[in-house]
Ligand binder design. Structure first.
Ligand SMILES: CC(C)(COP(=O)(O)OP(=O)(O)OC[C@H]1O[C@@H](n2cnc3c(N)ncnc32)[C@H](O)[C@@H]1OP(=O)(O)O)[C@@H](O)C(=O)NCCC(=O)NCCS
Length: 169
């Protein structure tokens, strides 16, 4: 398996994978249609993806993640959100998501980025260096579902209300 940045020819495979990964996801009510694949497309169309990585093997694209900039208290920042992360349902729990996330963090550490945030299960994301930070919030999201990590040594952890890119709706 290799992990690399997305190319134009991956776009359809990323859309299909993301839709599949979030179909019947527990954060949706029964019958609700997932939107994560649309978010990825909108981020790309807006040229707002800080990083878009795929995991690929002989069977094709089996994993994907994206990052995009966030604002805090309405101001642009050097902070970015990891979302969404998708692994092909038949390939989950084989370490693919972990490898994608670890590689992405290593790649972003070399850029002009102060830190990263993520919404999701703490049980999963705490292992990648994310922590709960109670002075940084997303409206309507329980604090234990939101995490951040400083990426650049010495960068201050901001306080305030986080807003994701408009592509998240
Ligand atoms: C969440 C997801 C990206 C993880 O990728 P993965 O390749 O399956 O995960 P990995 O194999 O790297 O990691 C497996 C570990 O994570 C744990 N894990 C996986 N998904 C988890 C979740 N939602 N909550 C808590 N733990 C989770 C497993 O229990 C396992 O733990 P262990 O190593 O202690 O046994 C993948 O399952 C997925 O695409 N899920 C559907 C979409 C989704 O929920 N995306 C994340 C929200 S943006």
């Amino acid at each position: 398996m290799i992990i690399r940045e997305e190319k134009n020819q991956d776009i359809n495979a990323i859309e299909t994978l993301t839709l599949l990964a979030f179909t019947d996801h527990p954060h949706y009510k029964p019958g609700e249609a997932p939107v994560e694949h649309l978010i990825v497309n909108r981020l790309r169309d807006a040229r707002a993806m800080t990083l878009s990585l795929v995991a690929e093997d002989d069977s094709g694209i089996i994993g994907h993640l994206a990052y995009s900039p966030i604002s805090i208290d309405g101001r642009a920042t050097h902070w970015h959100a990891l979302a969404p992360v998708s692994v092909s349902p038949s390939r989950q729990r084989q370490g693919i998501g972990s490898r994608l996330i670890r590689k992405s963090i290593a790649m972003l550490a070399g850029r002009n980025i102060d830190g990263l945030v993520v919404l999701g299960d703490a049980e999963y994301y705490l292992r990648f260096g994310f922590h709960h930070h109670h002075h940084l919030k997303v409206e309507g999201v329980p604090a234990n579902y939101f995490m951040a990590q400083v990426l650049t040594e010495g960068a201050a952890l901001p306080e305030g209300v986080v807003t994701f890119h408009p592509a998240f709706g």
